[in-house]
Unconditional design. Structure first.
Lengths: 211, 256
């Protein structure tokens, strides 16, 4: 696939031109007001806003769907569902409470896990260990992926055991109780370790805060 | 819930594995507790980091257009009309897609006298396609219709039943939507009438006509035109009997 074919029509990657130009930066974190404006555009069904959001976030959403649901078809459905769910919830988005990327990925992850649990009952999602995920040095990409670079850096702050633990929960869909029972360790210990690992990632993420 | 109890559950909520009842209780607490809300936001961001670390995969071409169209449709914004082609081309495309589906669905569960039944199925499909052509022509005489507004999907038996069929849908922002269902190989008249239902992702069910009689091959067709209802998203199709049991089910690929 060529770069041109991957880019949004009209150069909409990260640039939302409805009304005032709110951002002329194709990549990098958005300002809070830019995020708010994009979400307002989404709520109104503004095409430029939807395309700008798609250009920024469709790829990670699709990627997450592919890993969790296991097929391109399911990932495609998930991507559509996420944008529709975001439209439904748009009025509740508050940039003061979190970044747009976090909000969208949380919607995507919850929808994917819900779907897996609904469709497979007790069967767990395909397990993908986090330590298998980051591939530093991957270069088959012509556009800088700031979010991914920062994510990989943040995950480097974790020990292998912490990566495995987060992977089992986030990609494997295992609850703390299930992990505790499986490993034969106290539930409280698992909860504490999960929280500790997340806080480490959060701290490592501090340097990519919204401008 | 106390803040202590909430914070113990927040990591699992951020990771998306907290059960619904607890999620709701947590949500109520977060509505008024700024401290826990801040902690939840921090943990959510950390959890989302995991997703961003995945090696990216590229969404298929065409997905952006579908996302834009679905959001705009949901928001009530007019969806831009795309390149139009003659309605005949749409029907032919549907026929080709239909042929590629094969009549395996129609013949499902009927391995005996296969060749004979295959011939019957093919003949009936040809008739059905011709009917579909007439229906489309009646709905929009002299109008062009984009071929991406005509969708088709197979219907297959459930619970080791017999029979099969297919469904054709017209989903258009410019003309009235309709669906047409053709079934075959149903040989239980005591289950009549059969009702056709279209279901979307939210579980909303639309009635799309009913079958009150079957021909000698256990076949029938039914179409339904929707005066106000948009069929976008109503991709699940089922044919249910007079006791509410599903006889045939299938999915229409509205992305094609």
């Amino acid at each position: 696939m060529t770069k041109a074919s991957r880019k949004a029509p009209g150069g909409a990657a990260g640039v939302y031109l409805e009304g005032d130009r709110v951002s002329n930066r194709p990549e990098g974190p958005l300002l809070a007001r830019e995020e708010q404006q994009l979400v307002e555009g989404l709520l109104a069904g503004n095409e430029d806003a939807v395309r700008a959001l798609y250009a920024r976030y469709a790829r990670p959403i699709f990627t997450l769907g592919l890993r969790l649901l296991g097929s391109a078809e399911a990932a495609e459905e998930l991507t559509q569902d996420v944008f529709l769910a975001a439209w439904r919830k748009a009025a509740r988005f508050d940039p003061a409470r979190g970044r747009l990327s976090t909000w969208l990925m949380t919607i995507a992850h919850n929808l994917a896990v819900d779907r897996l649990r609904r469709e497979t009952g007790v069967t767990r999602p395909h397990l993908v260990l986090v330590e298998e995920v980051p591939e530093i040095g991957w270069v088959d990409e012509e556009e800088p992926l700031i979010e991914r670079d920062a994510a990989i850096r943040a995950l480097e702050s974790l020990s292998d055991a912490e990566k495995r633990l987060l992977g089992r929960a986030y990609f494997g869909g295992l609850t703390a109780r299930e992990i505790a029972e499986s490993d034969g360790i106290p539930l409280g210990t698992v909860k504490t370790r999960l929280r500790t690992a997340l806080i480490k990632v959060r701290r490592a993420n501090q340097d990519k805060e919204r401008p | 819930m106390t803040c202590l109890e909430v914070r113990e559950l927040l990591p699992e909520m951020s990771i998306g594995v907290l059960a619904e009842p607890e999620r709701e209780r947590l949500g109520r607490h977060l509505q008024w507790c700024a401290g826990c809300r801040k902690e939840a936001g921090d943990l959510d961001q950390a959890a989302a980091t995991l997703a961003f670390a995945l090696q990216p995969a590229f969404p298929p071409e065409g997905l952006e257009e579908r996302v834009v169209a679905s959001v705009r449709r949901a928001a009530g914004a007019p969806v831009k009309r795309r390149r139009a082609r003659n309605v005949a081309a749409a029907v032919v495309a549907a026929a080709i897609a239909f042929a590629s589906l094969g009549w395996g669905a129609v013949m499902a569960g009927r391995a005996d006298r296969f060749a004979v039944r295959a011939e019957q199925a093919e003949r009936e499909q040809a008739v059905a396609i011709e009917q579909f052509r007439k229906v489309v022509a009646n709905v929009i005489p002299g109008r062009d219709l984009p071929d991406n507004e005509t969708h088709i999907g197979p219907l297959t038996p459930v619970a080791a039943g017999t029979g099969g069929g297919f469904v054709l849908q017209l989903v258009s922002p410019t003309v009235l939507d309709f669906s047409m269902v053709i079934v075959n190989g149903l040989h239980e008249p005591d289950r009549l009438p059969l009702r056709v239902q279209l279901v979307n992702r939210e579980g909303t069910v639309l009635r799309a006509g009913q079958i009150t009689a079957l021909n000698g091959n256990g076949g029938a067709e039914v179409y339904h035109q929707f005066q106000t209802q948009d069929l976008a998203g109503f991709t699940k199709v089922r044919v249910v009997d007079n006791r509410g049991q599903t006889v045939l089910a299938g999915t229409v690929d509205q992305s094609s």
